[in-house]
Design a protein around this ligand. Structure first.
Ligand SMILES: *Cc1c(COP(=O)(O)O)cnc(C)c1O
Length: 447
């Protein structure tokens, strides 16, 4: 690792060089992190624009700052596109991340000390739904108490009947939950929003669906449709299956608009990263045009990869339900080692995925550095144009490293060869610039 550059100029050069090397590395690797995607050249252009140097606190037309003539128009287009993509009455695209979107919802609809139902981390929950003792955002920042949903590993989803019973028990114990949070980060099958939202409303709960991972699938009409199934709002990241710049979006009903807007500003943002708002608008337009076809291919690819890996003896979770209905699969690797070690070996071969705590890992004494599983996502390789037949090749590369224990340098060379056919972003209006082509504004190519 390069550290401690001796002069400012060297440090400056090092940063520019390392960014370029990162691009070259990703251009010859297979990116399988389930929470990542590759944005179009147009989104990259938005991120480079001067919008990123401006302030626009407040709502378009009611800004606290001058200089927003063009910014306001873009933000209005962005909100309009978000409403169309998610068929919602209201959209706020100012959250600077998915975590900030969740914080805005906590601020708008609960008070510190209230109870929230959410999935535990091994059941797929996200740290932003977590308890204070785990430094989870909900507990640590907003002071919420968290009760976990009962979860079935067989079905890999929330247990409806046990959840109803738990909510009733909590009410009897004088700690009736104020909020139900659906969604997660290990997210193979839809959560039972339709089965539980009515019950939760009857028990005085506000229902949010965290679609950080699956927003691009929902945009494409796949997976599930939380607002129609009874959720009061949906928070999301704009950069996972939705292929925008990093950021957050909230969609909801008009009746919740004022509370959500305050939760975002002044509640949880000052600058709201206007270059990313422009990028979100572009990504949403791409989603309206290409999102359906993309979402279908993502799910087909995830299934094809799951089947190929199962064929090589990997313990792919959710077998009973066809492995997955989303963009990701979860693989129990305990037969071959632990998730942490396997993640590192695969990285050497240019296969980039991450280790994953699985249901039952904590009880079995495994922990987050060396869990029993890995999580594999196909959003990025699908955007690069890969289809089912390529999923077999990807599974084969993984098998060569994990099962056959082949030399990782050799596999890396074959991975780089394979990647040569997939250089451009698909499902986009423009793709003249390569997916990972490094654009230098200061002549970095001569460095
Ligand atoms: C990734 C994720 C988030 C956090 O999103 P950021 O945009 O990284 O802040 C929130 N919730 C879930 C379920 C996630 O998977």
């Amino acid at each position: 690792m390069t550290t401690g550059s001796s002069t400012p100029r060297q440090a400056y050069n090092d940063v520019l060089r390392l960014m370029k090397e990162h691009h070259e590395w990703f251009n010859r690797s297979i990116p399988l992190i389930a929470s990542e995607n590759i944005p179009s050249p147009a989104v990259r252009e938005a991120i480079m624009s001067d919008f990123g140097n401006r302030y626009a606190e407040g709502w378009p037309g009611e800004r606290v700052y001058a200089g927003c003539i063009y910014i306001d128009q873009v933000e209005l287009i962005c909100n309009d596109l978000a409403r169309r993509v998610f068929r919602s009455e209201f959209a706020d695209c100012r959250a600077t991340s998915g975590v900030v979107a969740n914080l805005a919802i906590y601020a708008a609809f609960s008070n510190p000390g209230d109870w929230m139902m959410a999935a535990s981390i091994p059941s797929g929950g996200h740290i932003s739904h977590g308890k204070k003792e785990h430094a989870g955002t909900a507990g640590l920042v907003h002071g919420l108490n968290i009760e976990h949903y009962p979860f079935t590993k067989e079905e890999m989803t929330i247990d409806v009947d046990a959840t109803k019973k738990k909510i009733e028990d909590m009410a009897r114990e004088g700690r009736a939950p104020r909020m139900g949070m659906f969604g997660g980060s290990l997210f193979l099958f839809p959560h039972p929003v339709k089965e539980l939202a009515g019950f939760m409303h009857d028990h005085g709960m506000y229902v949010n669906y965290d679609g950080a991972h699956v927003a691009g699938l929902i945009a494409g009409g796949e997976f599930q449709d939380p607002l129609r199934e009874g959720a009061d709002s949906m928070t999301m990241s704009s950069h996972k299956t939705l292929w925008g710049p990093q950021g957050g979006i909230i969609v909801s009903y008009e009746k919740h608009a004022e509370a959500i807007k305050k939760g975002i500003f002044p509640g949880n943002t000052s600058s709201h990263h206007l270059h990313h708002v422009a990028g979100k608008a572009i990504a949403l337009a791409e989603s309206l045009e290409f999102g359906r076809e993309y979402a279908r291919q993502v799910i087909k690819n995830a299934r094809a990869l799951a089947e190929a890996l199962a064929g090589y003896g990997f313990g792919v979770l959710g077998e009973k339900r066809g492995y997955t209905m989303s963009h990701q699969i979860a693989v129990d690797v305990t037969k071959f080692g632990d998730g942490g070690t396997i993640e590192k070996e695969l990285e050497k071969a240019g296969i980039i995925l991450n280790r994953q705590l699985l249901p039952g890992d904590i009880k079995a004494g495994r922990h987050y550095m060396h869990p029993g599983g890995v999580r594999i996502g196909v959003p990025e390789i699908t955007r690069l144009g890969m289809k089912e037949s390529e999923m077999k090749e990807v599974a084969d590369f993984i098998k060569r490293v994990v099962v056959d224990r082949q030399d990782t340098a050799r596999v890396a060379r074959d991975v780089a060869d394979f990647r040569r056919q997939f250089q451009k972003v698909q499902y986009a209006f423009d793709n003249a610039v390569g997916a990972y082509e490094y654009i230098s504004l200061v002549g970095g190519n001569n460095r």
